[in-house]
Unconditional design. Structure first.
Length: 273
């Protein structure tokens, strides 16, 4: 993946929360060198710091720790939280209160912009027959999706009231390549994801935006003017993998097992009260 060392913004220190996770590990590797300093944070071991990196073990549930973490930070990529929580307590602690701690600490320390890893599950109850745009109201499919919609609204509040910029990325299926028939539509390639996050940081004066985080998949009907506003144009297409998936014996020609975008997340028994 090509690297541009001259971002349009003048950010000197960019913080990534959840940097030890699946998405965070890719962002750490591919954003290194694009900004003078990456500050990387997680509750898990982050290994050895590479040149241009600062490592900080911190829990997003700990607000004083978040205040300390935000010192000297220009922008935050917030990836921290629970990606798989199905029970309300986990979602409340990590994805709702955790997001509030990150956003409020960022405001208190004068952070200029937050790039937030929202999710397609914030709109998972829409049918595949829908035409997707960033202006569609949230229709979350789970407690997880609710937490993402909540955080999007909270960042809208921080922009409207305090002028802290935010880009909310409704990320699709983040995989090296599509894994099933659903992901032919919902896939977000690693290459496209890295460029999406980078453009969300590099573009000056974004205000508040929601961007659809999907590759240029032929079977995902959408239009996203906000992607153009940040200068992002996805290059990969899940459809290019259909033949290879068919050769592996995967059913890519039949009907999708779920009619709604959120797939299995939309089952009535998915969440645990």
């Amino acid at each position: 993946m090509g690297k541009n060392n001259n971002p349009s913004t003048s950010y000197q220190r960019v913080l990534i929360t959840g940097a030890a996770g699946i998405v965070g590990s890719v962002m750490r590797r591919e954003l290194r060198g694009r900004f003078p300093v990456l500050r990387l944070s997680d509750i898990r071991d982050l290994g050895k710091a590479e040149p241009g990196e600062e490592l900080a073990l911190a829990d997003i549930q700990d607000y004083p720790a978040m205040l300390e973490l935000m010192k000297g930070v220009d922008a935050v990529v917030h990836l921290g939280g629970s990606p798989e929580g199905r029970d309300w307590d986990t979602i409340l602690r990590l994805n709702i209160m955790g997001a509030r701690n990150v956003f409020e600490a960022a405001r208190q320390q004068g952070v200029k912009r937050v790039v937030f890893a929202s999710s397609n599950h914030a709109m998972g109850m829409y049918s595949y027959e829908s035409f997707f745009t960033p202006d569609l109201p949230a229709r979350p499919d789970t407690y997880y999706g609710i937490s993402k919609a909540f955080a999007e609204d909270m960042l809208r509040y921080y922009w409207d009231k305090y002028g802290m910029e935010a880009v909310c990325l409704r990320i699709g299926s983040f995989q090296p390549e599509p894994q099933d028939v659903r992901q032919l539509a919902t896939w977000l390639s690693h290459r496209d994801a890295v460029e999406l996050v980078y453009r969300s940081l590099a573009q000056p004066q974004v205000g508040y935006l929601i961007v659809l985080g999907f590759s240029a998949n032929s079977t995902f009907p959408s239009s996203d003017p906000n992607a153009a506003r940040i200068g992002w144009a996805p290059k990969d297409n899940g459809e290019n993998y259909r033949e290879a998936m068919r050769a592996k014996g995967l059913d890519v020609d039949g009907a999708r097992p779920f009619k709604l975008l959120g797939g299995s997340f939309t089952r009535p028994d998915f969440d645990i009260p």
